[in-house]
Ligand binder design. Structure first.
Ligand SMILES: Cc1cc2nc3c(=O)[nH]c(=O)nc-3n(C[C@H](O)[C@H](O)[C@H](O)COP(=O)(O)OP(=O)(O)OC[C@H]3O[C@@H](n4cnc5c(N)ncnc54)[C@H](O)[C@@H]3O)c2cc1C
Length: 457
């Protein structure tokens, strides 16, 4: 039995930074990773997908070259082997650097194996048992494989296997019209595949407002992506070389066929093979570890960070979890997950940047509010770039005048949303942002204008 001051299970965003910080603070730390150092974001999430999105954007702009007066001199083709090689060249060195950084961290011992609880203070790693008074879980999640009839008879892809593709699927069926599915759908359409998105709900990304879902549907359909909504009973089968998905859909024939099937039907936490029952750590019905606002589990001395605690599903929320735990344990600085404002982006093109409450959430709360909107056709920078799809929208509390939420679906939306998000963190009235003199020509410069035209919700 080897004794440590702290054990960190999983080297995703939260775990890696926490192990480093704890080691540097003088604690003797064990950092355990069963697979890829750096976890989901670096290896099979944000980094590879955004690298591929960049290749897809290049193909898209090349095809539109004529609109800008640029002659390509032939059809635009995509070399999938080079696309994948570019992605690998971005990911592999970063993974190696992450592993080296952890191994070089003072007071930190790295284990490359699966970890499982033996008791609330003991963890088995391979043939060794490690013990510590403090154990931090950062085990992340994986693609959910829904109980869909016929899945045992067909080959299907997830975000992990999809990222190993170096061929162009003739017709990709994407099950799931949410964040991950839509990024892959548009990317592969731009690479040259036929793409059909199959979504169970009556609209795409149903967590967003209806106008956002409708605008995204329009953007994707204009690129030739087929979208089948309200597919309530999806069943798949193999027919010759094709995969057939039977749907119970509004509109269109009851079946669609494709060459490849990708599942983007949600995520599942990696908590089912961690021996949590040996430690007495509580999970919810979906397997997420239950934590309080400082990310402590029900067992004293055990914390859960990142996607596995169900309090966030993003790299920035996982990193913030690390900051919260480190601040509370090492800095005597009582930080809480409650201080975090919901914010994220969807990296289709144009991207969606989101902060705070949606319009539907504000309406549901019944608070007096003001709303402002502006189409991207009325944003000079978007017009100049020839990228005028989308719109922006902001919601303000009519009494406190604080900003409640915003969405920017449009070119630069993933960046411009931050000037709104940052003002939300200050809790300042919206007039502070309305009077700011932003740079011309940018997407951000129209945010003060939009705030000057607020109407009652
Ligand atoms: C396709 C895709 C695209 C995404 N794009 C974005 C994006 O653009 N922006 C964004 O913010 N987020 C994005 N995300 C989400 C983001 O990747 C995750 O929120 C983030 O990686 C979560 O980090 P984490 O610290 O919770 O753990 P993870 O990064 O999931 O790491 C957990 C680690 O724990 C290890 N592990 C699990 N169980 C054990 C065990 N028992 N023993 C030892 N090790 C174990 C795993 O091998 C893994 O390395 C994307 C996700 C996907 C799938």
């Amino acid at each position: 039995m080897t004794a440590f001051d702290a054990i960190v299970i999983g080297t995703g965003t939260a775990g890696a930074y926490l192990a480093n910080r704890l080691g540097r603070s003088g604690m003797k730390v064990a950092a355990i990773e069963r697979k890829l150092f750096g976890g989901t974001c670096l290896n099979v999430g944000c980094t590879p997908t955004k690298t591929l999105v960049a290749s897809a954007y290049a193909a898209h702009v090349a095809r539109r070259g004529g609109e800008y007066g640029v002659a390509i001199g032939g059809p635009v083709t995509v070399d999938m082997k080079r696309v994948k090689a570019r992605k690998d060249a971005v990911v592999a060195p970063r993974r190696a650097a992450m592993e080296a950084w952890l191994r070089d961290t003072e007071n930190c011992t790295v284990y490359h194996d699966h970890a499982r609880f033996v008791s609330p203070r003991e963890v088995r790693v391979g043939r060794e048992v490690l013990t510590a008074e403090r154990i931090f879980l950062d085990v992340g999640g994986r693609a959910l494989v829904p109980p869909m009839p016929g899945l045992d008879r067909v080959n299907y892809l997830t975000n992990v296997s999809m990222l190993e593709m170096d061929i162009l699927p003739p017709h990709l069926l994407v099950v799931g019209g949410s964040y991950i599915g839509l990024e892959f759908a548009q990317m592969y359409r731009r690479f040259g595949s036929e793409v059909t998105v199959i979504e169970m709900a009556p609209r795409l990304i149903s967590r967003e407002d209806e106008d956002v879902s409708a605008a995204i549907l329009d953007i994707l359909q204009k690129e030739g992506i087929r979208v089948r909504l309200s597919a309530k009973c999806i069943a798949v089968d193999k027919r010759g070389e094709e995969i057939t998905a039977s749907l119970d859909c509004e509109g269109g024939p009851p079946e669609v066929s494709g060459s490849h099937l990708m599942l983007c039907a949600g995520r599942k936490p990696n908590t089912d093979d961690l021996g949590l029952e040996q430690a007495g750590v509580m999970t919810d019905k979906r397997g997420y570890i239950v934590v309080d606002d400082q990310l402590r589990t029900n067992v004293p001395g055990i914390w859960a960070l990142g996607d596995c605690n169900g309090r966030g599903a993003f790299t920035h929320t996982a990193y913030n979890d690390f900051e919260i735990v480190a601040a509370n344990i090492l800095d005597n600085d009582p930080r809480s997950v409650e201080d975090r404002i919901v914010a994220y982006a969807l990296y289709i093109d144009p991207p969606l940047g989101r902060a705070g409450l949606t319009e539907a959430e504000v309406r549901k709360a019944g608070r007096p509010a003001l709303i402002g909107t502006r189409p991207m056709t009325a944003v000079a920078r978007a017009v100049e770039k020839g990228e005028t799809q989308g719109f922006m929208k902001i919601l303000v509390d009519a009494t406190s005048r604080q900003i409640l939420g915003a969405v920017i679906l449009g070119t630069g939306g993933d960046e411009a949303i931050h000037c709104i998000l940052d003002v939300m963190y200050t809790k300042a009235p919206y007039t502070v942002l309305q009077r700011a003199v932003n740079i011309h020509p940018t997407v951000s410069e129209l945010i003060p204008t939009m705030l000057g035209e607020l109407k009652p919700l």
